[in-house]
Structures are given as C-alpha cells and as structure tokens.
Design a protein around this ligand. Structure first.
Ligand code: TNX
Length: 515
C-alpha cells in the first residue's frame, strides 16, 4: 500500500526478530458480544497513520494517540478529517444505533482503516480499549519498539451485559495516595470497568475532607492512623475532585462510601459527641470489626450524617452515595432499622441514589436503593424479598469477588475468612443466577472489592487485583453465552506480558499458561 502510493516504506527493520505472536480478533478481555475475523484484512499501523476524531470523539482520539505513540514512535496526529488515501484509525459518533446503548461500539478492521463507531464517547473509549488489546503486546511498552504493528482484520460488535462494573478500594485501613488511585483507575479501565467505589472511612481512619467536621481528617486521617498505625493520610476536597475528573476522562464514575452506623471508631475518636456516653474511644489500628456504632437516639448523629452526605453529594457528580451498613454488630436490630429508615432517604434528599452493603435490605426504605451483595450464601431471603420490592443488587460475593482474599495458602498478602480465591474461582460463577430470588433483571452488575488491611502500596494492590479483576470485569461485560474458562484462561495467559510491560505486579497464577 505504502509503495503503491509512493510513500516511504514502514520502518520494519528488526521486525522479523519480534518474538511475540500478534493477537487474534478473539484475544480480547472481556470477550466481546460478536467477533468475526476476516483473513487478509489486517491493518498496518505506520508512520503515516492518522487518528480521525472530530467533535465529541476528539478527547478519546487524543487519549488513544497518546497511548499508541510511545511504543510505536509514530506521530499519529489526531485530525478531524482524513484524506482517504492514508491509513486511518477513525473514531465516529453515530449514526445512533439502539443496540449499542451507552457503552457499546462496533469495530471494523480492514487493510485501509480501523473504524470504531459508537453512540457515545464512552462507547468509543470502550472500543479503543479493545483496539489496544488487538495490537501486539509491545504496544504497552514505554519506549519505541521496532516491530510491525498490525491489527487483525474483521469486525467486532460489543456492548455490556450489565451497566455497573465496579472495583472498590479501601482507603481507610491503609491510605492510598491520589497517584496510586489514578494508577488503579488506568489499570481497571483497560477492562471496561466503569465504577470505582472508594471506601473512605472505617474504624481505623477517615480519609475525606468534610468542612463542617474538620477533625474527621485532622484527627482521623493523621499520621499513625490505619492498620498497624502506618496508613495516615486523607484526600482533600481538591484531591477528590481531581480524582473524579481523572476517572471521568476514562469513563469511570467514582462512588464514595462512608460506612455507618458501624465502622465509625475513627469518627468517634475525632468527635466524642458521636458516642452515646460522650467519651472518646481509643484510636484503633487492629483489624477487628463490628465493635463501633453511632448513637442512634442522638440528634447529633443525624446532623453529622446529613452534613457528611450533603458535602459528599456536592463533590460527587456520579449517581451513588454508598452509606455502608455492614457488620453493625454493636447496633441493635431495632436501632439499625431506625437508623436506615432515616438515613437512606437523606441520600435522595441530596439528589443521589443510596447504595449500601446487603444488610440495608432489611430496611423497607431500601426499596429505592442499591444493595451490594457480599454474602457467601446463594440464598438470602432478605435480599431476595428486597429485590422483589425494587432494590437493585450489585454482586460482590466475598468467596468469589473479594480481591483481598488470598489466592491460596501461600499468598503472602490478604485474608482468608471467605476462603481462598484462585483465578478460576473468581471467574466461574454467574451474577445473574447466583442468588435464589435475585433474577438478572434485579442485578445492576458486579463489583470486586479490595479491602486493604494487609495492603500498603500499589504493588500490593496490583498483586491482589490482577488477574482476578479481569475475571470479574468479564462477568460484568460479556454475554453469559460466551462464558468459557478455557477461552478466558488462554486470553489471560496472552495478556500477562502486557501487565509486565506496564509494570503491573500481577499474580502469575499456576492455573494459567503465561506467555
Ligand atoms: C468484611 S465485607 C468487611 C470489611 C473487611 C473485610 C475484609 C464488608 C462489607 N465488611 O470491614 O475489611 O471483611 O475482607
């Protein structure tokens, strides 16, 4: 093609030595709805390739070009209109196609062009994540690589099974910095994960600035807070807003959580008036749960809760405020109901949908809320009854989706109260049929929580999250008919070198043949 146009030949010197095999159209994680490979239709990225993206597609085009430039060394200019003769990656919004919804896309690859079409920029972004996986693994290198950059020919039609595909990071037990959170956002968005839930307060620490209760962070986020006293730190409002923006640019929505009425020891250390006896409890740096409770009969409690919800809602453009509700073992059942009946509606007062751990399903007011299922049982009559009344459910069964569970007895990090979770265990379940009486129509999606009692740094997060997060992402995105361990295992094995090149410290599970 280049020769026919009188253009310089693509720099292929050394390409013959490239060792990795090029991916096929069937290599993508999460696997797409439909894949139709076409022989002899591969697209070759070269020094003259353009990225065509106009209007609402421009930002995604810029991001794609930025992602592809370092390894290829090609300029990849982003232009609104491209001459037909030049090899082009086109990102096109519309014409509207209902099947694709808000996040779907069509990808077409032939010799002349790669075209991604979607109804929305989010759909284009999803398509570009697919495209990155169709390029040779060296595309994830940070320095120029001499090799031939081809994309296999054919077409992909793709859209998600569930609208909610989440990851959760526990900021309370050990604080993770904004840069670490951003790295995690980059890593999860590669798999079309579209929500990041931040667990911002717990017994050991409080990690988000609240102006009307400043000691929450000056005391609750001070040095020495966190498990083992090494997790100090907190997000200022400006840090948080910056994270919200950073995530939004990757089509990830932040879900903030303040856990209540239990898991509040750090708040009570800062403000003793949040206890019933007015006496500050000692700060806690251990990993016990279930010992603290807000004072359910006190008006101060509700002033506090409303202030926190109002300030969180004001800095959160996303639809959800998570109010915890788990393991309230120091709250009586009657008090728990009183509390939830009063607090769940407060979230709606500030324009957001209430979200909580599955215990909130006990409260009638949860019928308009989202319940996060962390139970390990496949029957839970309370959650099933709530689902029948309208509660939507996000599936995070602790024995399958908890990224803080050890892979096996030898895993140096993590906990094991819900069992060991190897990659296959994380993959082999169906969110649409897991819990009796919670039909797929009641399931909003899936989330993989990562509690950080044992996790201090980004490498720790990566080691526990990957590869299992990819398994949960596939359960959330791909049609149930495509579910296939042998296929997933093979695609994962081929993905390993991408993590290596990105510097992601993944767990090399013995269940997978890593390339
Ligand atoms: C249970 S799961 C908790 C957390 C712990 C986690 C550790 C849930 C809603 N609560 O407080 O961090 O176990 O795996």
């Amino acid at each position: 093609m280049a020769a026919a146009l009188g253009l310089p030949a693509v720099a292929v010197a050394g390409a013959a030595e490239a060792t990795s095999t090029s991916p096929t159209l069937n290599s993508v994680i999460p696997t797409p709805v439909e894949v139709h490979p076409q022989a002899d239709a591969a697209f070759r990225l070269g020094p003259l390739t353009l990225v065509r993206a106009a209007g609402g597609a421009r930002a995604v085009g810029d991001q794609l070009a930025r992602a592809l430039r370092p390894a290829t060394g090609y300029p990849l200019p982003v232009v609104p209109i491209a001459p037909h003769a030049l090899p082009t990656i086109s990102l096109v919004l519309g014409p509207a196609e209902p099947l694709l919804g808000d996040e779907g896309y069509r990808l077409t690859v032939d010799r002349k062009a790669v075209t991604i079409r979607a109804n929305t920029p989010a759909g284009l972004f999803a398509g570009t994540q697919t495209l990155r996986q169709l390029l040779p693994v060296e595309i994830d290198a940070v320095t120029p690589q001499r090799r031939v950059w081809t994309v296999p020919g054919g077409t992909i039609l793709d859209y998600p099974r569930f609208g909610y595909r989440g990851a959760m990071l526990d900021e309370a037990r050990h604080f993770h910095t904004p840069d670490e959170i951003k790295a995690y956002i980059d890593e999860i968005s590669r798999f079309k994960v579209n929500y990041l839930h931040l667990h911002l307060a717990d017994d050991q620490g409080w990690r988000i600035q609240i102006d009307s209760w400043p000691r929450l962070t000056t005391v609750g986020g001070a040095p020495g807070t966190g498990v083992d006293g090494v997790g100090g730190g907190y997000l200022t409002k400006s840090d948080y807003r910056d994270l919200v923006r950073y995530a939004a640019a990757r089509y990830v929505t932040i879900v903030p959580e303040i856990d209540m009425p239990g898991h509040v020891n750090a708040a009570q250390v800062a403000y003793p008036e949040l206890t019933c006896d007015g006496i500050a409890p000692p700060p806690r740096t251990d990993t016990a749960v279930g010992y603290s409770s807000l004072c359910i009969s006190s008006p101060t409690t509700y002033r506090f809760v409303e202030d926190v919800i109002r300030e969180l809602a004001a800095m959160t453009p996303g639809p959800y405020i998570h109010i915890g509700g788990d393991e309230a073992h120091a709250t009586t059942d009657a008090d728990y109901l009183t509390f939830e009946q009063r607090v769940l509606p407060l979230v709606a007062k500030y324009g957001k949908t209430a979200y909580g751990w599955n215990e909130i399903a006990k409260a009638p007011a949860a019928s308009t809320a989202v319940a996060q299922y962390w139970d390990t049982a496949t029957t839970n009559p309370t959650v099933a009854a709530a689902a029948a009344r309208g509660t939507k459910v996000v599936m995070s069964p602790a024995n399958k989706a908890y990224l803080d569970m050890k892979y096996d007895a030898n895993t140096p990090l993590g906990l094991d109260w819900a069992g060991f979770i190897e990659v296959r265990t994380a993959y082999d379940w169906d969110p649409g049929t897991l819990v009796t009486g919670v039909p797929e129509s009641a399931v909003l999606g899936v989330e993989a929580p990562l509690w950080s009692e044992t996790l201090r740094k980004l490498d720790d997060i990566e080691f526990m999250a990957f590869p299992r997060l990819a398994a949960i992402a596939e359960l959330g995105w791909s049609p149930v008919a495509t579910h296939d361990w042998a296929s997933f295992r093979a695609r994962l094995g081929a993905y390993g070198p991408r993590w290596t090149l990105q510097g992601v410290d993944f767990y090399p599970s013995p269940q997978v043949d890593w390339s």
